[in-house]
Design a protein around this ligand. Sequence first.
Ligand SMILES: O=c1[nH]c(=O)c2[nH]c(=O)[nH]c2[nH]1
Length: 300
Amino acid sequence: MSQLSYARYGKDNVRLYKVDKDPKTGIHTVVEQTVRILLEGDIETSYTKADNSVIVATDTQKQTTYILAKQNPIDPPEQFAAIIGNHFVNTYSHIHAAHVKIIQHRWTRMEIDGKPHPHSFYRDGDEIRVVEAVTREGQGSSIRSKIEKLLVLKSTGSAFHGFHRDEYTRLPETWDRILSTDIEAGWQWKLFKTLEEVKAIDFNGAWKAARDITLKIFAEDDSASVQATMYKMANNILAVVPQIEAVDYALPNKHFFEIDLSWHKDIKNTGKDATVLAPQSDPNGLIQCTVTRKPTKSKL
Ligand SMILES: O=c1[nH]c(=O)c2[nH]c(=O)[nH]c2[nH]1
């Protein structure tokens, strides 16, 4: 005999666009998102007994997303994810949890003749802002925010030496190398018991702070390793946003290989003379960490 051990279902890839038009200034602000909703609850019989009466149709979930987007701000995405999650948990007594993922795509305002344009935007890269929210009946919303696909490179200011060596080691030490990575940075918020608690948070300010810190430390740190640099980034974010409980990074180390061109007229292109290099697609290093606050010591 078998049993249903876990189930959730919902609508994925709901594409959403919202424009806010300021009637006074004529300035438009646009947001584009891709939304995923997955519901959990007393839905076993829909799988085991073909009982569709417990199914809030995935089409209903899509229509609800549009209606909630009309009735509420969809930016910041953290708040909109909690609004969606609360709606499903509060509206249907047999739905006990809602997992909502929102990907926010970039639409950056154009500057024309040095002035911000009121209604024209461009996609300035593949970078996305991601939110993963889980709202549970009677508990509140657990929210994780992320930056993904932010591709960066520095042409110096990175070293890697002093690492463990043994008979398997071939990598030479270096005091000056290229550092390039596709930034994936996440931060877990404290548990929000109510939607009001969610609405009190400056999520956009935190996203900007996390992004600014990540880029500033990437650029300015005299990097000893990806590990040491990412730890500094995480520490800094925890220091400036008190409602964040944990920061995590996953950074691929995208390698650039030197090319020895000495076979051709003794061209010097290695070590400090290396200016033409070969970017590698794979394999790549992958360095991950999660940084949390130390528990405060009791004064007793
Ligand atoms: O910053 C680095 N961390 C490593 O763990 C590692 N391993 C490696 O081969 N190169 C690097 N670089």
